[in-house]
Design a protein around this ligand. Structure first.
Ligand SMILES: [Cu+2]
Length: 119
């Protein structure tokens, strides 16, 4: 009986990674990404980022390196979803920071930033 309990507790812990917190999984613009104003290596038209589970997007912000806010034509979805596609305005030479905040279905808040530059 005791052994069965120990095993079931072990299985419980073994099962935990599968229930790990939702995290950002990928982004087409990498943190530290460098693009060219020339058409050879342009900034993608959309910033597309994905999580490994559904999240509610709480806030997004695009700023220049000096903290100037850049307007985004994007309406945050009310539903929880995994992939977000944010249309980007045309960006001149400079450094940019994209900030995001999201909340998982289990209530966990998460946030991050993606810095990239155009030369
Ligand atoms: Cu969590």
């Amino acid at each position: 009986m005791k052994k069965a309990l120990a095993i079931s507790i072990m299985l419980m812990f073994a099962g935990m990674p599968a229930k790990a917190h939702v995290m950002i999984k990928s982004s087409n613009i990498e943190h530290g990404g460098i693009y060219d104003a020339a058409p050879k290596n342009p900034v993608p038209e959309n910033l597309e980022f994905a999580f490994n589970g559904d999240v509610g997007l709480v806030d997004i912000r695009l700023e220049t390196s000096t903290g100037e806010s850049i307007e985004l034509e994007y309406v945050k979805p009310k539903e929880f979803q995994t992939v977000f596609v944010i249309p980007l305005p045309s960006l001149g030479s400079g450094s940019y920071v994209f900030y995001w905040r999201a909340i998982a279905k289990d209530g966990h808040a998460m946030s991050g930033k993606i810095e990239f530059s155009v030369r």
